[in-house]
Ligand binder design. Structure first.
Ligand SMILES: NC(=O)c1ccc[n+]([C@@H]2O[C@H](COP(=O)([O-])OP(=O)(O)OC[C@H]3O[C@@H](n4cnc5c(N)ncnc54)[C@H](OP(=O)(O)O)[C@@H]3O)[C@@H](O)[C@H]2O)c1
Length: 277
């Protein structure tokens, strides 16, 4: 294990949930942390509590990504660790999605991750050292409604991680994926169309493991000398077995048996979202 002390770490989506916990953990370990998000008020509040420096950045905007990387390089000269954490969900049926919903999911969860990585990678390769951590999901192991399109973005991320890991083998750069199951954050409330920042924690936070568990896995990944995939908790990794043909058939039969309830639930989600908009 190597310490992250003194390393320059960029964390996207650092104002809440997993990103905020990760930033806090890296700061405590002695790293220089630069966090980003869109909502400047929440970002500044997190910065004061956590002790990181921050930049406002919407990762779906190419100019913002450019400015983020350029300003960190101008101030610190390098980026040692990139934590691609910012991500959004969308619960409901594909037939109820707008084109804008699809575009936002892919722009945030996939395009931004690939492009930010592409921007920091040459510096890491030139120095022969660096870690890129991608916050993927257990949703990359099994695709289930009503999260079909969200799952597909995380499948895309895992494919990116696997290929890039092979591309940089032996060149001093490590590519990690962290795949959590349900985590106690605002992610689900946001996925259902709520703006949860102001709500009571019972409405804001979904059931799941503490975000601190995921942050610990992210720090462990950046501290190892090799690329790794970490499921949080570990048992989530077992869902990969559901891709095996006999088990896949059982999942299909189970989902098929609840098709009516699924369709009705999807419609209720769409109506609730329309009411919250
Ligand atoms: N919670 C779960 O159950 C769970 C499970 C598996 C994987 N994950 C993944 O974990 C990651 C973090 O989610 P979380 O659970 O911590 O959710 P969260 O509490 O909703 O935090 C999301 C963070 O990302 C930021 N963000 C969203 N869109 C952004 C954009 N376009 N540009 C910059 N920042 C943006 C948000 O701030 P602003 O809105 O202010 O920009 C916030 O800081 C996501 O990739 C998610 O898919 C979550």
């Amino acid at each position: 294990m190597r310490s992250v002390r003194g390393r320059v770490v960029v964390v996207t989506g650092a104002s809440s949930g997993i990103g905020r916990e990760t930033a806090e953990r890296f700061v405590r370990a002695g790293a220089t942390v630069i966090g980003c998000a869109r909502d400047e008020d929440r970002l500044r509040a997190a910065a004061d509590e956590v002790g990181m420096s921050v930049r406002r950045c919407d990762v779906t905007v190419a100019q913002d990504r450019d400015d983020l990387v350029a300003s960190v390089l101008a101030e610190h000269g390098r980026i040692d660790v990139l934590v691609n954490n910012a991500g959004i969900g969308w619960t409901g049926l594909v037939e109820d999605m707008s084109f804008e919903d699809v575009e936002a999911l892919y722009a945030t969860n996939v395009v931004a991750v690939v492009d930010l990585t592409r921007r920091v990678l040459p510096g890491m390769l030139a120095r022969g050292d660096g870690d890129v951590v991608v916050v993927s999901s257990g949703a990359a192991f099994i695709s289930l409604p009503p999260l079909t399109v969200y799952c597909s973005t995380k499948y895309a991320l895992d494919g990116f991680v696997e290929g890039l890991r092979r591309e940089v083998l032996g060149r001093g750069v490590r590519i990690h994926s962290v795949n959590p199951g349900p985590v106690r954050t605002e992610w689900l409330a946001r996925s259902q169309g709520h703006a949860p920042a102001e709500g009571a924690s019972s409405q804001r936070l979904s059931p799941g493991v503490p975000a601190a568990w995921v942050a610990a896995a992210i720090e462990r990944s950046a501290s190892r000398g090799w690329s790794r995939t970490a499921s949080v908790p570990r048992v989530v990794g077992l869902t990969r077995l559901l891709a095996l043909q006999p088990l896949r058939t059982i999942v299909d039969l189970g989902v098929g048996a609840t098709a009516g309830r699924l369709a009705a639930g999807g419609k209720r989600l769409a109506q609730a979202k329309a009411a919250a908009a």
